[in-house]
Design a protein around this ligand. Structure first.
Ligand code: SF4
Ligand code: SF4
Length: 308
């Protein structure tokens, strides 16, 4: 990206966000990009909400992004927009009796989903809890650093987006930049998000993260297999979250989410809640299962269980 293009991009982000924030609050006027803004900045400025785009309009946008990212990260980058698979509603299971708190899932997710290395953004957090207190989140610790895990007297609880069936986060978005897809995955259109962070305040699980600074993603570490609504590189000033690795799981011969694959003790289960033969259904029907903050009626599709 040339210096002029970088400046245009910056101007675009600021003006669009300001303008839309003003409109959402019923104030302000539309501020357009500088008159010498590049074609790509103008195209982004006038881009419709992703859900309103036709197939050919989407193709144009995906190709523009692929070109931009390929130049920025110096490798061929793919940006998909694979939709939900018919008859699939995703669910996730986490075996608390197996998790050893090693955080491999945290870093597997960072690598797969192009999260910022500097400043660090983690879509998964692992909480350490004292066995004697049980699931007492108020006394949990996110920043623990023992020589070895698991530690005597403790157990561990990974938390990420629960892809709620009744998500409070999507309801408060003033510009409909975030929504639930029919396979249950809650997504964000980073080109439409104005960074107001209402959704972060509404999420009771702390599952959303804001890019306060330009995400630091070294070219050599960038995963070039991306999804428009998922792990493509994010700009500064937008909110992001786990999408159950939609770039992997929505393929017809779907792979598991990266966090499940790297877990060394098999504490993670994933599958189709509508398929009675799936692993996740087996967990729900045969194990002691619970969801977090059930009283809030968010109806998470992330189930904690004990296998032993
Ligand atoms: S966990 Fe939070 S971000 Fe995820 S769907 Fe539920 S409310 Fe939204
Ligand atoms: S920060 Fe959240 S609520 Fe605000 S625009 Fe972005 S997605 Fe919507």
């Amino acid at each position: 990206m040339s210096d002029m293009e970088k400046r245009d991009e910056h101007v675009f982000r600021l003006t669009r966000r300001k303008a839309l924030k003003g409109l959402a609050l019923g104030i302000g006027t539309m501020v357009l990009p500088a008159k010498d803004a590049s074609a790509s900045v103008w195209e982004s400025f006038f881009q419709k909400n992703f859900r309103e785009l036709g197939k050919s309009e989407r193709r144009v946008i995906l190709e523009r992004l692929e070109k931009e990212y390929s130049a920025r990260y110096k490798k061929p980058v793919r940006v998909k927009d694979t939709g939900p698979i018919e008859g699939v509603l995703y669910g996730y299971g986490l075996d608390l009796s197996r998790c050893i708190g090693c955080r491999r899932c945290v870093y597997g997710c960072v690598t797969e989903n192009n999260q910022s290395r500097d400043p660090q953004i983690h879509w998964i957090k692992v909480l350490r809890l004292a066995k004697e207190r049980g699931v007492d989140l108020e006394h949990s610790e996110q920043y623990y650093n023992p020589a070895t895990v698991p530690e005597e007297g403790h157990f561990y609880m990974p938390v990420q987006c629960h892809q709620c069936e009744n998500p409070p986060c999507t309801k408060v978005c003033p510009v409909q930049a975030t929504w639930k897809e029919i396979d249950g995955i809650v997504v964000v259109d980073y080109n439409w998000c104005i960074g107001c962070r209402y959704c972060m305040a509404a999420c009771p699980y702390g599952a959303r993260h804001f890019n306060w600074k330009k995400p630091g993603l070294p070219a050599g570490e960038m995963n070039p297999e991306t999804h428009y609504l998922g792990n493509r590189p994010r700009p500064v000033g937008v909110v992001e979250k786990c999408t159950f690795c939609m770039q992997r799981t929505r393929e017809p011969d779907g792979m598991y989410p990266a966090c499940l694959e790297v877990c060394p003790v098999g504490a993670r289960k994933f599958g189709n809640l509508l398929d009675p033969t799936s692993e996740i259904r087996n967990v729900i029907e045969n194990k002691r299962v619970f969801i977090l903050k059930e009283d809030l009626n968010t109806q998470p599709k992330f189930y904690y269980f004990y296998s032993v």
